[in-house]
Design a binder for this molecule. Sequence first.
Ligand code: SF4
Length: 182
Amino acid sequence: MNYATIKNNDIANGPGVRVSLFVSGCTHHCKGCFNEIAWDFDYGEPFTQETIDSILQMMAPDYIQGITLLGGEPFEPQNQPAIVDLLRQIKVKYPNKSIWAFSGYLFDKDILTGKLGPWEITKEYLSYLDVLVDGRFVEEKKNLSLRFRGSSNQRLIDVPKSLQSGEVVLWDDWQGQERGMK
Ligand code: SF4
């Protein structure tokens, strides 16, 4: 996997101050994408153990609430193994810091079906996530007032609760629950 950018004080992509990793490669090609340059899987720098070590170091301060994975597409099958390797090490070192991911794939219709590469890898990936913001960016549904989302079709999903209940459970209390995985 290659990555485009790492931000060590991001306040826009999840609660609190976070480290954000923008991976390279995305096959969705949404109209109006904010990061078109990262569609190319070869864009940016190779993601190595050295990169992981520097992310772990960036996450050390108490004020860093967690990490957010963006792209590009963090759920492309070829990106998943490197991200799982990163998340495994984060969970060992910082078990209480939160992990968010943004994906153009839908949690229930794409990710949970196991069609995005070996299920064992996707399953482990999901076991580390607190929140998944899912759905492609839809320019016609763009809304700048939305929290942590670009367009109104995107959902903030509470991953542990959704996996436990077998339903899509939205993260924010005020959004309540979306019954039934369609
Ligand atoms: S999923 Fe994200 S990175 Fe990929 S094309 Fe859509 S907006 Fe761009």
